[in-house]
Design a binder for this molecule. Structure first.
Ligand code: PGA
Length: 248
């Protein structure tokens, strides 16, 4: 049985002090045995938050990593650094990183390999732009992102990846995809994974939806057969995240 996820993506929000306050406020509300709860937080917040979530069901997540172990990459953070401080999951290939930081399908692929090498769960993001949706090429776009992002992974490695479908036009806009739109693409992702590996492998891979998920729409989205939870931006910074965690 594949796992369900309620993963918060805090993005570039919360100083370490504010982060601890938020995590302390959310922590008692996060209890569930139906899903993995993840806080993906800015690098400088990881160490203080590791302390807050210790002994709870909350998993610590980073928002990015570099694809090398170490070296002359000023300003970057590596998988062994994240591993050592207790990080379990890492967001890879978020559309904001693709748009503003030159993240490509090729670097995403390298980062997925590196995360897996260190036993970190990659939360691998894909998604189409509004123009691509309007041109009717959503599924083609997603299939390419999945094939390139997961290129060379064995079936065992693929099973350790969490895929997050995030239509770019729905991120931070309040414009949530309809449950049918989200399900259609998540199903298409499972189909391509089934072609690349096998139905059995594809059925074990968790596929999340992200883009304006909130306490009011989570339950309906998570009921869909191919949606195994959410990657949540704005609503993960508020008490509302409790409703998402309890929506399974
Ligand atoms: P949002 O962000 O929930 O604020 O739309 C989702 C994301 O970017 O992961």
């Amino acid at each position: 049985m594949r796992k369900k996820y309620a993963a918060g993506n805090w993005k570039m929000n919360k100083t370490p002090k504010e982060a601890v306050e938020l995590a302390e406020m959310l922590k008692p509300k996060m209890t569930t045995d139906k899903a993995e709860v993840v806080f993906c937080v800015p690098y400088v917040d990881l160490i203080p938050i590791a302390d807050v979530v210790k002994g709870s069901n909350i998993l610590l997540g980073a928002e990015n990593l570099h694809f090398e172990d170490k070296g002359a990459y000023t300003g970057e953070i590596s998988a062994p650094m994240l591993k050592e401080i207790g990080v379990k999951c890492v967001v890879i290939g978020h559309s904001e990183r693709r748009e503003y930081f030159n993240e490509t399908d090729e670097t995403v692929n390298k980062k997925i390999f590196k995360a897996l090498e260190y036993g970190l769960t990659p939360i691998f993001c894909c998604g189409e732009s509004l123009a691509e949706r309007e041109d009717g090429i959503t599924i083609e776009r997603i299939r390419i992102q999945i094939k390139k992002g997961m290129k060379g992974l064995s079936a065992e490695q693929a099973k350790a990846v969490v895929v997050a479908y995030e239509p770019i036009w729905a991120i931070g806009t309040g414009k949530v995809a309809t449950t049918e739109q989200a399900q259609e693409v998540c199903k298409a992702i499972r189909d391509v994974l089934s072609e690349l590996y096998s139905k059995e492998t594809a059925d074990e891979i968790s596929i999340l939806y992200g883009g304006s998920v909130n306490g009011g729409n989570a339950e309906e989205l998570f009921k869909m057969p191919d949606i195994d939870g959410g990657l949540v931006g704005g609503a993960s910074l508020k008490e509302d995240f409790e409703k998402i965690v309890k929506a399974f």
